[in-house]
Design a protein around this ligand. Structure first.
Ligand code: ANZ
Length: 803
């Protein structure tokens, strides 16, 4: 009878749910294996076939590891706060909570239809108050340690989204989501001091088993830069400002200085003659988006303030300019300009007729900046020294004269943590009328997000929660009035610690029990998209290190091993997206071909890390293989075939042992495609023989189970077992049965290869010598020489020495 995937798959999905086959509890007698997926944002579109690629990769290894005796934690949940649901709700008049709940049900149904082996008793949802209670709790701990603070800083304001977004959310001057322009605006925001962890976030990357490309992206994002801070006095005033430079050795070559247009000193130092021009420039900069600012930077605009700074090393008066190529948020927001040795300064000096003074020999400053190394000139006590020595000497001089010091700067900025939006965790803070700020007491958490009719962004820094005056206004027991913080947390908050909650999802007294965390952490394998390199993966490491420091978690890193699954592309090799109309819905695929065929297809398409196009032919092929497996073991009367027997004549011994070894090794290394190939080879061989030893049939079914669990369970049951196939110990192989029957022996004449023999393994030396000399081609090279000696390495080489 033909295999009916619909009834079989439904039967086993029900069985797993009823028996809670994948439920996990801590078991000190078993080694643990925590295998984690990046949890999805439950969007309104449901899953397309690209989403589960990673989930199938984790599922297969979770299933194998269980059989190998590991206690496997394999959970799933929902990263459900955030813009898309809110945007949709605003557009359609829905409530984001109901909409999100509906989407979650769809996602969950789809995941179950794929036979993913999650422990659903550990399901979490970042929008559930019992979950975000702990997100708020973590915020409060950060606040208590001075790592969450309010500041008026230039942030990325998106008028289209009605909110600020983090630096990490901006790409090429546009919001990563929606591609809207962002404008740098100074605004009061909640910030998290991720920069306090910059050094450790950088250093600890070395010990992680992560793709090198992701580590490199984090290194670049953190952007550690060694140099010096130098203080410049402003001429004829008692004011001064600091610059950050990576080239303190070039201080003698500074010919002007530049402040970022946002720099606070500008209004104090600008001379009356320059005021109009400076004001106009500052205003023009404000109106530019980040994109325009960086684009226009090709042409170096700027304005003189009329004020002068004093070069501390030689007392020279340097004009102070403002220019938007100096960024307010990096270093000190001010630079010393050395046009002879820096490209940007050179372009600016040329454009504005500023002097160019070389202080290193080499290059030709009439043509371009010289950024190489050479002996210093025009540099007083540095003359003759090369870069490295001159930098050290200058820092010594600056420190000795109290006008500077060595300094490390990071390109990474503190994390802008507030959003002027509705659909997020309320920040548990109260601002009192006396100007003080306090946290919502821990025993009052969660501070629930109030229901609201109007959730549209207000376009104001307060956000839409400010309209809910009943919620906002509070009075303490002494009658003191206060207002709740009306900004909410960014979507990245809930995802920065969710993997901890799976460990102990129903705990009301702690985000998770310490001993349970000790048992499960770190995550042994984390699979997800590479697009999270400098956001989720950085934020989660930051929070984890903080929680480690305050004794909440037992490890300093959350994710030991990370793998990025490749994209499943549209059939024409382009990204799958609704707008391209090339989205394949897994519901359709599973209905037609079955979940097992779908799983097989996705894991057989190529290496897990590679991006590959979807192929309908591939789906056909996968289904055909599943059907072949069925027919191999089940006859037309829907019974186990008679040829499955306890007799083992040894015909399949070698291929079976080879298959067990290869599948075990390959699945373990996430090389599913090559492991699956080996399963196919075994099926081919098994079809040729009359007797199928039952032990090999059972072993094969077990090897198949991580990939095609439904058919595997069905066959396992028909083979007479009454518990799930994954409870049976993983098959073993006999290493002595792996070798090939034949050996390829290379024949050399005086050390040069002249022929090859294919002989039965372990052919005696004398036979090998005879056969080698009998080979016609080899004979040509022996010619009429005398054979002096024949050296034999059994199964490998025969070397004939001729004179
Ligand atoms: C003088 C100098 C001379 C510089 C020289 C370079 C070469 P990274 O590697 O990115 O850390 N700089 C400092 N703060 C800046 C800001 N807020 N906006 C734009 N540029 C800024 O680069 C540090 C260098 O970039 C600093 O060293 C400074 O220019 C500039 F031959 O100082 B340098």
């Amino acid at each position: 009878m033909a295999y009916n995937h619909r009834t079989v798959e439904k039967k086993w999905q029900q069985y797993w749910a009823e028996h809670k086959t994948f439920k996990t509890t801590e078991d000190p007698n078993k080694p643990k294996y925590y295998v984690l997926d990046m949890f999805p944002y439950p969007s309104g579109q449901g899953l397309h076939v690209g989403h589960p690629h990673g989930y199938l990769g984790t599922d297969a290894i979770a299933r194998m590891k269980r059989s190998q005796g590991f206690n496997v934690l394999h959970p799933m949940g929902w990263d459900a706060f955030g813009l898309p649901a809110e945007e949709y709700a605003i557009k359609t008049g829905h409530d984001p909570a109901t909409f999100t709940e509906h989407n979650i049900q769809t996602f969950k149904r789809q995941m179950n239809s794929m036979g993913l082996s999650f422990d659903w008793d550990r399901e979490i949802n970042t929008t559930d108050p019992s979950y975000y209670k702990w997100t708020q709790w973590i915020f409060e701990q950060l606040y208590k340690k001075g790592l969450a603070y309010e500041a008026e800083v230039p942030v990325n304001w998106s008028p289209d989204l009605g909110t600020v977004v983090a630096n990490e959310d901006v790409e090429d001057g546009k919001t990563e989501r929606g591609g809207y322009p962002v404008y740098r605006r100074p605004m009061r925001q909640w910030m998290l001091k991720i920069t306090a962890y910059a050094d450790r976030l950088l250093a600890d990357l070395d010990g992680l088993d992560w793709p090198e490309a992701i580590k490199e992206q984090q290194r670049n994002w953190i952007g550690r830069s060694e140099g010096a801070q130098v203080t410049f006095k402003i001429a004829d005033t008692d004011k001064s400002f600091d610059v950050f430079t990576t080239r303190p050795d070039t201080l003698f070559g500074a010919t002007y200085t530049v402040l970022a247009p946002e720099h606070e000193l500008i209004k104090d130092i600008t001379t009356p003659e320059q005021k109009a021009a400076v004001d106009a420039y500052v205003e023009a900069t404000e109106r530019k988006s980040e994109l325009e600012r960086t684009e226009l930077n090709k042409e170096k605009t700027g304005v003189f303030t009329g004020a002068y700074a004093i070069n501390p090393v030689n007392g020279q008066r340097l004009p102070i300019w403002i220019a938007d190529y100096v960024l307010a948020a990096y270093g000190t927001g001010a630079i010393m300009s050395v046009p002879a040795h820096d490209d940007r300064d050179y372009a600016f000096a040329k454009a504005h007729d500023l002097p160019i003074v070389p202080v290193l020999e080499g290059g030709n400053v009439a043509e371009e900046a010289f950024t190489g190394d050479g002996p210093h000139i025009n540099s007083g006590f540095l003359n003759g020294m090369h870069k490295k020595e001159a930098m050290a000497r200058m820092i010594e001089w600056l420190e000795g004269h109290h006008v500077g010091k060595s300094k490390v700067s990071y390109h990474m900025q503190d994390w802008v943590f507030s959003r002027q939006r509705y659909w997020g965790e309320p920040i548990p803070v109260i601002h009192w009328e006396d100007g003080t700020t306090s946290l919502v007491p821990e025993n009052e958490l969660p501070l629930k997000l109030p229901a609201a009719k109007e959730i549209k962004p207000s376009g104001k820094p307060e956000g839409p929660l400010a309209n809910l005056t009943d919620w906002v206004n509070v009075v303490d027991k002494n009658g003191r009035k206060g207002k709740r913080e009306t900004n909410t947390m960014p979507q990245w908050a809930g995802s920065s610690w969710y993997f901890l909650r799976y460990v102990d999802p129903h705990n009301n007294d702690a985000l998770a029990d310490y001993d349970k965390l000790k048992y499960w952490l770190p995550v042994d394998l984390y699979i997800g998209g590479a697009e999270h390199a400098t956001r989720h993966l950085l934020y989660a490491r930051f929070w984890h290190k903080f929680l480690y420091d305050i004794g909440v978690v037992p490890t300093s890193e959350p994710f030991q091993r990370l793998v990025n699954q490749g994209l499943i592309l549209g059939a024409g090799h382009e990204k799958m997206s609704k707008s391209k109309g090339n989205v394949v819905n897994p519901d359709d695929v599973i209905r037609e071909y079955g979940a097992d065929a779908f799983r097989l297809m996705e894991l057989f398409m190529g290496p897990l890390e590679a991006s590959t196009p979807w192929s309908e032919d591939g789906m056909h092929g996968a289904k055909k293989f599943i059907d072949r497996v069925w027919r191999l073991f089940i006859d037309d009367e829907d019974r186990l075939r008679d040829r499955i027997t306890t007799i083992n004549d040894g015909t399949l011994t070698k291929i079976y042992n080879q298959t067990v070894k290869k599948v075990t090794d390959d699945f373990g290394a996430l090389h599913y495609n090559t492991g699956i190939s080996q399963l196919m080879v075994f099926v081919n061989e098994a079809q040729k023989v009359d007797d199928l030893p039952v032990e090999y049939v059972e072993g094969f079914v077990q090897l198949l189970a991580p990939i095609a669990p439904h058919i595997a369970e069905e066959l396992w049951q028909r083979l007479g077992h009454d518990t799930s196939v994954q409870l049976a110990p993983w098959p073993k192989y006999d290493p002595s049965q792996l070798q090939e029957d034949t050996a390829e022996v290379i024949v050399q004449v005086n050390g040069k290869m002249r022929g090859k023999l294919t002989v039965p393994r372990n052919t005696p030396e004398d036979d090998l010598k005879k056969q080698a000399q009998a080979d016609a081609h080899v004979q040509k090279f022996i010619g009429d020489g005398t054979v002096r000696k024949i050296i034999v390495i059994p199964n490998k080489i025969v070397n004939i020495v001729v004179k």
